[in-house]
Write a protein that binds this ligand. Structure first.
Ligand SMILES: [Mg+2]
Length: 196
């Protein structure tokens, strides 16, 4: 069992567009390791989330480097890499294992502390980033996972995440919660069990 601290993001945002060049500059961040599914592209679909496309454009204009770090296969990631014209990417990255954080940081020509992680899943994206001791930024998922094989896994996974969102709110005095489209797919007892 992993410790609570590992699941807790350093930062929560409702939208990837809140990860601004100004915010990154304040934290000394020059590059982003970024998740794919439900962060840049809709889960299980090839199309890019419009906000994410706009965000990538803004990052490039500001000279922020982006590296996709995805646990999915190359065949899933390649259309996203091409559509967004992303230079650096690592597929089958086995987040939250620690194998690729440093090599990818070096590949971008950056140092430890100059890279943050942006993603929508605590078990992989946030735990991995926290273990790697880099700034962990959690973005609210855009839609519930559609792949029937993973649906039940995600019902439990999102329920667990919501407890950490509540914990984050208590620490930071914020009022983050999943969008209605996510809560609507969760088990009712999980929603009842974790009252904000
Ligand atoms: Mg994801």
């Amino acid at each position: 069992m992993l410790k609570d601290e590992l699941y807790l993001p350093d930062i929560i945002f409702n939208s990837i567009l809140e990860v601004t060049p100004e915010f990154l500059a304040e934290h000394g961040i020059k590059g982003i390791l970024c998740d794919t599914d439900n962060t840049l592209a809709y889960d299980n679909r090839k199309d890019i989330i419009p906000e994410a496309a706009e965000w990538v454009k803004r990052m490039k204009e500001a000279g922020i480097k982006i590296c996709i770090m995805s646990n999915a296969y190359l065949v899933r990631n390649l259309p996203v890499v091409k559509a967004l014209d992303i230079k650096y990417y690592k597929t089958r990255s086995h987040k939250p294992h620690q194998w690729y954080y440093e090599p990818l940081t070096k590949k971008m020509g950056l140092k430890h502390g100059e890279v943050a992680f942006v993603g929508d899943q605590m078990k992989t994206d946030i735990v991995g980033a926290n273990r790697a001791d880099i700034l962990s930024i959690y973005i609210m998922p855009y839609a519930f996972e559609t792949n029937p094989f993973y649906k039940n896994i995600f019902k439990k996974r999102r329920a667990k995440e919501r407890k950490y969102i509540k914990m984050y709110n208590e620490i930071h005095g914020t009022k983050f919660d999943f969008p209605e489209c996510i809560k609507a797919e969760m088990y009712e007892e999980d929603i009842k069990e974790c009252v904000f």
